[in-house]
Design a protein around this ligand. Structure first.
Ligand code: GRF
Length: 200
């Protein structure tokens, strides 16, 4: 059985969606560890309530690579095969990324490469796009930048606020994270340049 490591900093709804998919057999893997850099993260509390190994490694005042070495040590100890960033609000160092080549995924609430970084839903509203969405991509050391695995589009309605738009995007996030994890675990893909292509 493949082993997932989840990294989060906050609410943890994507973690919960992944955990639900694991429990329902939609993802053929187990959650080996959930790690948060934020001691107050609701997702960390939910992870321990759900019986997952939930660890806080506070990142405050820590240098990036020194911090990442602590996290990688825990992921190694938990014998993790695939790492899912689920609202983990930190850039990973080159050290971290090189320890797990093509084995770190992230979810972002826009159609990348549009609107990377913080408040992607607000950025989309303010730009006036008519469609936005969400993206699961491989992680490299740059912000929201690695090869794209799955995307889903969401229309922007005239009546939308950041809240309503974010909620509709979040619903899609929960679906595509499961789909992307399934594809990566199946190994039925190859990467050509930036393109992630299905081979079955
Ligand atoms: C999501 O919108 C995700 O796309 C972004 O951070 C948010 C995390 O939400 N990377 P949650 O903690 O999974 O509920």
């Amino acid at each position: 059985m493949k082993r997932l490591g989840i990294l989060l900093s906050g609410r943890g709804s994507n973690y919960e969606a992944i955990a639900d998919s694991v429990d329902a057999g939609r993802i053929n893997a187990e959650i080996a560890v959930v790690i948060s850099n934020n001691p107050m993260a609701k997702g960390l509390q939910r992870a321990s309530e759900r019986g997952h190994r939930a660890i806080c490694i506070p990142s405050k005042a820590m240098e990036r690579e020194a911090y990442d070495r602590l996290v990688v040590a825990e992921l190694r100890a938990a014998r993790v095969d695939l790492i899912c960033l689920a609202g983990f609000m930190r850039l990973l160092s080159a050290y971290f990324v090189n320890e797990y080549p093509q084995r770190i995924l992230n979810i972002h609430p826009s159609l990348l490469p549009s609107f990377p970084g913080l408040e992607a839903q607000l950025q989309a509203l303010e730009h006036g796009v008519k469609h936005t969405g969400c993206t699961v991509h491989f992680v490299d050391e740059w912000l929201d930048a690695g090869p794209i695995i799955v995307q889903s589009t969401v229309p922007v309605l005239d009546s939308d606020s950041v809240g309503t738009l974010s909620a509709r995007i979040l619903e899609q996030e929960h679906h595509i994270y499961t789909e992307a994890i399934g594809l990566v675990l199946s190994e039925n893909f190859r990467i050509e340049g930036r393109r992630v292509l299905r081979i079955k």
